[in-house]
Every structure is written in C-alpha cells, then in structure tokens.
Design a protein around this ligand. Sequence first.
Ligand SMILES: C[S@@+](CC[C@H](N)C(=O)[O-])C[C@H]1O[C@@H](n2cnc3c(N)ncnc32)[C@H](O)[C@@H]1O
Length: 257
Amino acid sequence: MTDFDRFKERIFQTFGLDLNSYKENQLKRRLDNLLSRKQYSDYQAFLQHLTGNKNAWHEFLDYLTINVSEFFRDVKMFQTLETKILPDLLQKKGNLKIWSAACSNGCEPYTIAIIMEEIAKGGNRYQIDATDIDNTILQAAANGSYGADSVRNVSPNRLAKYFTIEQGKYLVTNGIKARVTFKQHNLLADQYPRGYDLIACRNVTIYFTREAQDKVNKSFAQSLNSGGYLFIGGSETIFNYAELGFEKVSPCFYRKK
Ligand SMILES: C[S@@+](CC[C@H](N)C(=O)[O-])C[C@H]1O[C@@H](n2cnc3c(N)ncnc32)[C@H](O)[C@@H]1O
C-alpha cells in the first residue's frame, strides 16, 4: 500500500469521503501541489493538519473540485432552462421540486430561484433544495453575499430587483433566499432524495471516475420524476444516457422517460 493509498483510506475513515471515486491523476496532482505550497513534509503531516481543523478541511475540499461558481454560469444553458425546460415543466405541473446538487456558494440555486420568480405564474409553486458536501461553503451560500465577479452575468434589471448592494457586496434579497433550503449531502455516500422535477448537478462529476459518474447519474435517474430533467455542466456529457433511462434534449439537458 502506498502512502497515497493510506492517506485515502484515512480520509474515508475520518470524513466518510471516498477519494477513490475522484480521478486519480487530477486528485494527486492537486493534492501534491497543495502539500508543497503549504510545505507539508508528507501525506501523514497533512492528514494531522486536516483532522480537527475545519478551515483546512474546507480548503482541501475546495482544492478537490474548485469551489468556483457564479450566477448564470453558462448564460446560454440558463437561457434554455428559462425558455424551454422550466416552461415545459410548469405547463405539466403546478408545483415543482428542484434540486441543485453540489451547489457550492449558492449562485446556482439562487439563479434558478430568480428565473422561477419570473416565469412561475400565480398558481405555480416551487421548492429548491441545494446541497453540497462542504458545510463551510453552505454557510456562505446561506448568507448570500457575493462579489462583483459572481454577478457579472446578471442583467441590470435583475441586479436591481433581486440584490441589494452593501459595501461593494451584492446581497441576495430575502425573498430569493427564502426559496432555497441548504443542506449537506455527499453525492458519493449519502442516500439520494426523490421526487424531483429538475436536478442541476454541474461541474462536479467531471472530477469523478467514470464508475462514480455512472453511480451518481443512476441515482439521479431514480431521484427524478418521470418527465423530469437533469441539467449538467457545459463540459460534461452522459454517454450512456439511454441505458440510464434518459433521452438527450440538448447539450446539457437530459429528460427522464
Ligand atoms: C465547481 S463547484 C460547482 C458549483 C456549481 N454547481 C456550478 O456549476 O457553478 C463543485 C462543488 O462540488 C462539491 N463537491 C465535491 N465533491 C462532492 C461530493 N462528493 N458530494 C457533493 N458535493 C461535492 C464541492 O464542494 C464544490 O462546491
């Protein structure tokens, strides 16, 4: 067993995170960079630093998948969501259940809430569950405070309507915040909740092995109602979508049959 294998085993025992499900080369390269930047002599020393230090664990998770997110990330895809996918769902159902999985700092679920505010008609209701493995980022998400970079794709109208500006920070209004419930969820270990009409899971499974991606996508298929959509990242593809019971609607959208 190599030092790296031992490190992965200890991480699993201590934090319940299975690093074998992440692409090994990428993971090891990033981890080794972090260790040398922080001047740890070896994995064991880094492990000691991680246990009992919430910030260090957060920084490590950050390193695994890069926590970056922004409002309307991939503008075109959110246009498809706004003009095709959500209207289709709203026409069929009055009450939509939405899950933003691996939501990072909350830009993604809040973007969906902004769109829903504008397209849901009087009788329509909706609920957005937003989850991530990283509790620290979830706390930041619930605060809903962002720098100018995060809102660069938000139109001036929407900025005025759904944000207040305080000391250079863009704060999501309470009305939008109230639409989103944040919870911790590990895509590689936890049970998947069910009954969703839309699941957005973007820019995270790209870091997982093919086997882990399959498992996650299979679980999403079970979490979706029939006719529900899975919304993935711009650089992601599900090759075996038919086998999982999906049809491909457009580059980032798969509909459960
Ligand atoms: C690049 S961000 C994606 C944020 C957002 N979905 C987007 O596309 O803008 C990746 C997120 O995946 C989360 N993550 C990594 N591994 C995870 C896991 N096993 N379960 C749940 N979330 C995970 C990270 O904490 C990080 O916040």
